[in-house]
Design a protein around this ligand. Structure first.
Ligand SMILES: Cc1ncc(COP(=O)(O)O)c(C=O)c1O
Length: 396
């Protein structure tokens, strides 16, 4: 039976990492996959994570299953991180949270739930977006539509086109928004634009699904939640998919959460009962280890503040690399303006390189970046910056 199958294409992002591994060029650079590297090119384990992990292991008494939705401590910690501990949504118990394997798990459970109960309503995603988004939602059975987001002429948000397109989406449809640090563009709406988005979403009765995979990597843990808080102040119903892969460095532990806000506690409880069915028929119940680490950190003021400091260091290093990259590119190619890279936020940057230049970078310099020109700025270090800037200048 299996001989009849065609070979499926490699994943556009993880497939590049496989090619990178087998590349023998000692100068090779992988700026494709969204993994943070420190100044020595390592993806470190946070000190706060190590401490929490030791405590979790020492206290662990059983490996028995968690409940389908995961632990309540984790759910509460996630909700407070998203909305702040005093938010009305928490007080009125309008939010429910399930613990998921990564942000991807949360997005897929959201997709399964929405397809099953609101399957006639398409999901609208930004163009461009994370390459996995359309695949996750199509696999769940949702029809996927796109709205414009990025202006390639100015390398910034296409404010007008975005708002105009959102204002045309039919009532009840689902709109996927990136909470912060838009992947792949690195371009986020400012507060007035979030307000305008919130107004349209409410006016048209759209259901927002906020993908929040980079909390803390833009302006800070709390400031990065400002967009989703603006939306949650006006939309009575929404979903939020959190990932703790990047901001806790817990990539392989697969830690995430899906939070659903209902118009009231009863509606949220009903929705939770269906989310649990989606989980039960997918992976049954969540992995415990990574989420226990997150709960331990967020439940301890000292550890929490250490974690925030570590996120700050990460964010500042990325900012510094953005600034230095712009400088290096300017020295090599003064005629071209790369200053937009400095204004983009989070791990990624749309470099402005076209697919031909991306291929040339890979074939001639063993520099791996995703088609469309997205670079992971967090993969640049003092040691590889010059080589990268030379390679870019040469393919330009
Ligand atoms: C926009 C976005 N959403 C969600 C995810 C999912 O992250 P994970 O499943 O690794 O937690 C990623 C990871 O790269 C992402 O970039």
């Amino acid at each position: 039976m299996f001989e009849q199958l065609d070979m499926a294409p490699a994943d556009p992002i993880l497939g590049l990492s496989a090619a990178f591994k087998s590349d023998s060029n000692s100068d090779k650079i992988n700026l494709s996959v969204g993994v943070y590297q420190d100044s020595s090119g390592q993806t470190p384990i946070f000190a706060s994570v190590k401490t929490a992990e030791q405590r979790v292991l020492a206290a662990e008494k059983t490996k028995s299953y968690l409940s389908i939705e995961g632990t309540s401590e984790y759910g509460t910690a996630v909700q407070e991180l998203l909305l702040g501990s005093t938010h009305e949504i928490l007080a009125s118990e309008r939010a429910v949270t399930i613990q998921s394997p990564g942000g991807t798990g949360a997005l897929r459970i959201a997709g399964d739930f929405l397809a099953r109960h609101f399957g006639d309503k398409p999901i609208w995603i930004s163009e461009p977006t994370w390459a996995n988004h359309p695949k996750i939602f199509s696999a769940a059975g949702l029809q996927v539509e796109t709205y414009p987001y990025f202006d390639t002429d100015t390398n910034s948000l296409d404010h007008e086109a975005l708002l105009e397109a959102l204002d045309q989406i039919p009532t009840g449809h689902i709109v996927l928004l990136h909470g912060c640090c838009h992947n792949p563009s690195g371009v986020d709406p400012d507060s007035p634009t979030w307000e305008a988005i919130a107004e349209i979403v409410t006016k048209r009765g759209l259901l927002p699904l906020i993908d929040f995979a980079y909390q803390g990597l833009g302006d800070g843990v709390d400031p990065d939640a400002s967009g989703l808080r603006i939306i949650s102040n006006t939309s009575s119903e929404l979903l939020i998919a959190s990932s703790f892969s990047k901001n806790f460095g817990l990539y392989k532990e697969r830690v995430g959460a899906l939070t659903l806000v209902g118009a009231n506690a009863e509606a949220a409880a009903k929705a939770l009962s269906h989310l649990k069915i989606a989980v039960r028929t997918s992976y049954s119940n969540p992995p415990a280890h990574g989420s226990a680490i997150v709960s331990e950190i967020l439940g301890d003021a000292k550890l929490s503040s250490q974690w925030e400091d570590e996120v700050t260091q990460m964010r500042e290093r990325i900012r510094d690399m953005r600034r230095r990259l712009v400088e290096e590119l300017k020295t090599r190619n003064p005629a071209r303006d790369f200053s937009f890279i400095e204004h983009q936020r989070g791990m990624f940057s749309f470099s402005g390189l076209n697919d031909k230049q991306v291929t040339a970078l890979r074939e001639r310099y063993s520099v791996y970046i995703v088609g469309g020109g997205r670079i992971n700025v967090a993969g640049l270090t003092e040691a590889n910056l010059d080589y990268f800037a030379d390679a870019v200048a040469s393919v330009l």
